[in-house]
Design a protein around this ligand. Sequence first.
Ligand code: BDR
Ligand code: CA
Length: 316
Amino acid sequence: MVERMIIDCDPGHDDALAIILAAGNPNIDLMAITTVAGNQTIEKVTRNALSVCAIAGITDVPVAQGAGVPLVRPQIVAPDIHGESGLDGPVLPEPQIELDPRRAVDLIIDLVMENEPGTINLVPTGPLTNVALAMKVEPRIVERVKRVILMGGSYTRGNSTPSAEFNILADPEAAQAVFAGAWPVTMVGLDQTHQATADADIVARIAAIDSPLSEFVVEILTFFGTTYKDVQGFDAPPVHDLCCVAKLVNPAVFATRDAFVGVELTGRWTTGMTVTDFDNLLDQEHNTQVATTLDKQLLWDMTINAISVLSKGSAA
Ligand code: BDR
Ligand code: CA
């Protein structure tokens, strides 16, 4: 079965891989790429999205720029992990396509309202600002979206603070609105994505594809590996955002458990924490499927296959 999806992203090394998996997987119909400020400013991440499209040969997917600042709080960005451009490492290819003239929020709303209810999946891999704004502007999208599968949060630990993951901390009010929405939400958090590492054998398999795209991916992973080693002590970089794209078309990649997830908005030390209640301790209705185990082999097999597929038509 082919799943239609919109990726709302802030590329970002792992967002770039997520776009590549979405474009190269035969069971995904990538309807749009929308950008949101997160890993870097909106201008930088939008330019990066266009560069990824150029190297991957993605020419027929609309790309729209979205929110430049969070709903309420001051902006945070992540140059320590993603560099000054937001996608440091490779030489970034010149964009080959024009941006869609619509704002990201309008493109999301248009696609969800124009297509049959229950056919469009939203896959956010950055802060949730655009998605929360789209819900406000057109509340009917909530009942029409098939599923929201987001990378963000965790039930064990944070990465930006001890308890908060970057995408949620960057716009906690937006995240809270998305979790509280009456649509099916899947949270793919750090608990699992920290295991989705691009180990040396994976990088070697990608390099063996031997195309301009595979070379680009290796350069991305090499830079990402360096910052993850320096900043967080990882032996190989965790490629978070890939995970929710894989989950969309292959549920076997992650097992999930139902839980209530609420975002901490007022904690002194815990703002941005995704408080996850599997056991009904808070007496709240479950609102989220939470990823709890990862089939790493399957994740990387799917990703490497997508890079091979796109390499057959990618830019020289
Ligand atoms: C998330 O934050 C960003 O740095 C990554 O792109 C990913 O979406 C991981 O915390
Ligand atoms: Ca991201």
